[in-house]
Design a protein around this ligand. Structure first.
Ligand code: PXP
Length: 258
């Protein structure tokens, strides 16, 4: 299973001071040396971390393939199609959200989405849709003719955190659910089974499968066991650990677990 390292949070730290420190370009060789397989970045509409110039420089300098996450909107897609990353992962975006909170609503009659996919594919960019793990979303992705899907593993990560406790106080709403432990264990195993079955289904239907969101050093192993998932994209937990261990070590630790 391949690892894409989402380096957005290096730019989050830089933007906190608006100076070029840390320099995101310094991370490219470290990610590669550590054995990761892909650079993942998200050009958000509000440009809160990655900037257009970062994308240009990263795509031209990275020896690893670049997976560029983006919204389906016309102006973002025209930027992405001109920059020509290896892959574009279309994600839902709300300006107020802290992070991508759920999968894309994949509607086969959504002209904006259809248009985005066709513009990207006309530039020979692989297209992936970031979706919740559901059969309907997979079937819609198949109808739309994309090469990849990425399962949003946020629900899995939340249940895992409720059970084994690494929820931050900002996740209070979830922890307030206070489900009995037995029920949480059941929900976790249902979630894993669902991801396994849907990965098999999507793979049999010819899709390539990635997964990501909320994966960390505690919860990654169960997802890494799912054979039909080819790749994980992980950001927050790796960049957070790198503050203490350095980026190379943090990536190596994750690779070992995967
Ligand atoms: N994959 C996609 C499509 C994402 O939007 C994100 C979050 O930016 C990630 C993976 C990585 O999530 P995390 O930072 O929680 O590891």
């Amino acid at each position: 299973m391949l690892l894409g390292v989402n380096i957005d949070h290096i730019a989050v730290l830089r933007e906190a001071r608006r100076v070029n420190d840390p320099d995101i370009m310094d991370s490219l060789s470290i990610v590669k040396i550590a054995g990761a397989d892909q650079i993942t970045i998200h050009l958000r509409e509000d440009r809160r971390h990655i900037q257009d110039i970062d994308v240009t420089k990263i795509i031209s300098s990275s020896s690893l393939p670049v997976n560029l996450e983006c919204a389906k909107s016309e102006d973002i897609i025209s930027i992405v199609s001109a920059l020509k990353p290896h892959r574009a992962t279309i994600v839902p975006e709300k300006r107020e959200e802290v992070t991508t909170e759920g999968g894309l609503l994949v509607d086969v009659n959504d002209d904006v989405l259809k248009n985005a996919i066709s513009i990207l594919q006309s530039q020979e960019i692989e297209v992936s849709l970031f979706i919740d793990p559901s059969k309907d979303a997979i079937n819609s992705a198949i109808s739309l003719g994309v090469e990849w899907i990425e399962f949003h593993t946020g629900e899995y990560a939340n249940i895992y955190a409720m059970l084994y406790g690494n929820l931050s106080s900002s996740h209070h709403a979830i922890s307030e659910l206070k489900l009995p432990r037995k029920e949480l264990i059941q929900r976790l195993s249902d979630e894993i089974e669902n991801l396994e079955n849907l990965s098999k289904y999507a793979s049999d239907m010819g899709l390539r499968i990635a997964a990501g969101h909320g994966l960390n050093y505690q919860n990654v192993s169960e997802i890494a066991k799912i054979e039909d998932i080819e790749e994980l994209n992980i950001g927050q937990s790796i960049i957070a650990r790198s503050i203490f261990t350095g980026l190379e070590r943090a990536i190596v630790d994750m690779k070992v677990l995967i």
